[in-house]
Design a protein around this ligand. Structure first.
Ligand code: BTN
Length: 252
């Protein structure tokens, strides 16, 4: 990576102590899995300039144009850590880093998309086995005309929102610093502070939203978001209903 110096000189305790740079991989999560199987240490970061088969949630493809961020962090938390909270750590770190580096008001759209002006700029994919592979993709420097038709309405890039090029390596370094700070408590099983911050950055909480589950749509006001209990809607016919991220999708 041409701007790697800032990443090689990171001042972190665990995350990014070992950085592995690649020009092109199929998916950084896949490369990270191979490296983890070979014994890569806790906090190792796999970064690629390009992905030829970037992986999104639900087996979707992840649009991976040049000059964006594609990275996967190998995490080896202790057995007390609920690994389903890993994605929240990724989204909180990206939100805080984007806010610090660009002054854009990044927020979290339930469950784990980072949005700016209601459009997605980052997706997080966590895969857990003997370790956790925390994959983070951030749309950094490209014009919205490059977006594939199916995500044109719902996605954007940081440079499109800023109307100028963004310092990608500086942003990546800040994301890794934020992750490192969150990791010290998360990795020993304390997820309360993380959940509080994740909730406070929510773009969904308090809004009227539509959720689909098993081909049925539900519209209501989002009265709670919790990593373990999901998204809770206040329904117009009375009462509340909770939706879990693996079973439901947020439409709006
Ligand atoms: C989503 O669907 O919102 C999650 C997208 C995650 C994309 C990132 S890009 C880096 C890492 N490698 C992958 O193949 N996927 C994740």
């Amino acid at each position: 990576m041409k701007d790697a110096t800032v990443l090689e000189n990171l001042n972190t305790s665990v995350v990014g102590r070992d950085m592995r740079f690649f020009d092109s991989v199929k998916s950084t999560n896949e490369t990270a899995r191979q490296l983890a199987d070979e014994g890569a240490s806790d906090g190792t970061v796999v970064v690629a300039e390009m992905q030829t088969a970037g992986l999104g949630r639900y087996g979707r493809n992840w649009f991976s144009p040049p000059d964006s961020i594609f990275m996967t962090v190998i995490l080896r938390p202790n057995e007390k850590t609920p690994v389903q909270t890993a994605c929240a750590m990724g989204t909180v770190a990206v939100c805080d880093a984007v806010r610090a580096k660009t002054q854009l008001r990044a927020e979290i759209m339930w469950p784990n998309d980072v949005v700016v002006n209601d459009r997605k700029i980052c997706g997080v994919l966590a895969e857990a086995s003997s370790c956790v592979l925390l994959g983070i993709g951030v749309n950094v420097n490209f014009t919205r005309s490059k977006l594939p038709a199916e995500i044109k309405k719902t996605a954007t890039s940081l440079s499109a929102e800023m109307r100028k090029k963004v310092d990608r390596a500086g942003l990546m370094a800040k994301i890794l610093q934020e992750l490192d700070a969150l990791y010290s408590t998360w990795s020993v099983g304390n997820t309360d502070l993380l959940e509080e911050e994740w909730r406070s950055l929510s773009a969904t909480l308090g809004n009227q939203v539509i959720v689909t589950e098993n081909n049925l749509s539900y519209e209501g006001r989002a009265v709670d978001v919790s990593i373990t209990n999901g998204l809770v809607l206040d329904l117009p016919e009375g009462g509340t209903r909770a939706f879990l991220p693996d079973e439901a999708s947020l439409i709006r």
